[in-house]
Design a protein around this ligand. Structure first.
Ligand code: CTP
Length: 401
């Protein structure tokens, strides 16, 4: 719903300007007040009459009305708006916005606006990929503007690629979701969490390591869920092919248990809580061969030394108000082993998954967990996909603050 929201829609000279008519109609239908502002070139692509009729307001193009000298105040417009949307945004307009080239009403209004700004680019694929366009978009992002990514597909030029403005329905949903999030503050807003994820690789020689089957799926799903609920997340990830998409997740890549230990320990004092979802190697070779170890007829004995226990060390460092969560992947005596780890590592709760349950554990998309907390509470959950398991864990975490 956009009820009562005031939106300044800035339309620039792109063929995608025809989509502005649908945008205005959708915004008005959602209850928004829409003031359309056009560049002179945009008028060649869609008539002001169409947009004025749909928005029920006169369209603004010039600094003043040449007929009667009435001044169109960019300052007033900038203050009036709850949100300013540039759709379609051409390479030219983005260049001017990025560099403050204030030669039309659109740019002066943008520079005067105190509200959130959304930009939906539209252009041909080569223009979109040009270093100057990319640099201008980076600059605009660094000023805090939000981008609504163009889609890939057939472009007006006949070329196929990225550059087609997002559909009006997609833009409207992005903006409605944005207002919904500000109007209902997210539950973990202002909190910062550390999440460890993935396996570690313990080097044997330049081409070999000791590792485990962890994919990182559970830890990455937890990081995404914490961020979705408003938290800032630092994800310390062992080698994993997974990607993070949420802008509130800051990823730090590590390889070995020792590197993961150092990162987690140095970050812990800055966070409200930590979830240790990584499958950290318990042992690492005492000696790393400098060159590739050659095949031999004799047995090869590797001497391994224990790694440092990150969760246990965080348990020792934990201060009043910080929450520490661990995982226990067990093959037998699950509850008993998880309980021991909960106590010995000074955790607030532990998430047990056992390989006795099919569909749980490493490298699968599902998990079946049991939560044990320090008050001896035991909660069993059904088999779910890891994104839903992450919701259960994060919801339980919220009860601990
Ligand atoms: N963990 C850790 N650092 C280690 C080993 C484990 O932080 N060096 C964390 C894991 O991320 C997990 C919890 O401790 O949250 C339990 O890990 P697990 O491997 O199940 O337990 P261990 O203490 O290593 O005991 P064991 O392997 O003997 O079961």
């Amino acid at each position: 719903m956009l009820k009562g929201k005031k939106i300044v829609l800035c339309v620039t000279g792109s063929i995608a300007a025809y989509k502005a008519a649908s945008l205005v109609r959708l915004f008005v239908k959602e209850g928004a007040e829409v003031q359309v502002l056009m560049t002179s070139l945009a008028k060649e692509f869609i008539t002001p009459l169409t947009l004025a009729t749909l928005s029920r307001r006169s369209i603004l193009v010039e600094f003043f009305n040449p007929e009667n000298g009435a001044w169109n105040s960019h300052v007033d417009l900038g203050l009036w708006a709850d949100l300013l949307l540039v759709a379609p945004a051409t390479a030219n307009t983005m260049g001017k916005m990025a560099n403050g080239v204030a030669d039309n009403l659109l740019i002066t209004t943008y520079l005067s606006a105190r509200c959130p700004v959304f930009i939906a680019p539209a252009m041909d694929l080569d223009m979109y990929q040009h270093p100057s366009t990319l640099r201008n978009m980076e600059l605009l992002k660094s000023y805090g503007n939000h981008f609504i990514e163009p889609e890939s597909g057939e472009l007006a030029s006949g070329l196929v690629g990225k550059g087609r403005m997002a559909e009006p329905e997609v833009i409207t949903k992005t903006i409605t979701d944005f207002f919904a999030n500000i109007d209902t503050p997210l539950p973990l807003k202002g909190k910062h969490f550390l999440v460890s994820a993935g396996p570690t690789h313990e080097k044997i020689d330049p081409v070999r390591f000791i590792g485990n089957y962890s994919s990182g799926k559970m830890g990455f799903a937890l990081a995404e869920q914490l961020a979705t609920q408003g938290a800032e997340v630092t994800l310390v990830a062992g080698p994993s092919v997974l990607m993070v998409s949420h802008p509130s997740i800051h990823r730090i890549n590590v390889v070995s248990a020792e590197q993961m230990f150092e990162q987690c320990i140095s970050l812990f004092s800055q966070v409200d809580g930590a979830i240790m979802a990584a499958a950290v190697a318990d042992y690492t070779p005492t000696h790393v061969f400098d060159a590739k170890h050659k095949r031999d007829k004799e047995d090869l004995n590797l001497v391994l030394k224990p790694t440092r226990d990150i969760a246990a060390e965080l348990g020792r460092l934990k201060k009043e108000g910080q929450i520490l969560v661990g995982f226990a992947l067990e093959t037998n005596d699950g509850l008993q082993n998880a309980k021991k780890k909960l106590v010995s590592k000074n955790l607030d709760f532990i998430v047990l998954n056992t390989l006795e349950d099919s569909g749980a554990g490493f490298n699968v998309d599902t998990n079946k967990i049991t939560i044990l907390d320090k008050e001896n509470k035991i909660l069993e959950y059904t088999l779910k996909n890891k994104a839903d398991v992450a919701v259960d864990i994060v919801n339980y975490l919220k009860t601990q603050f």
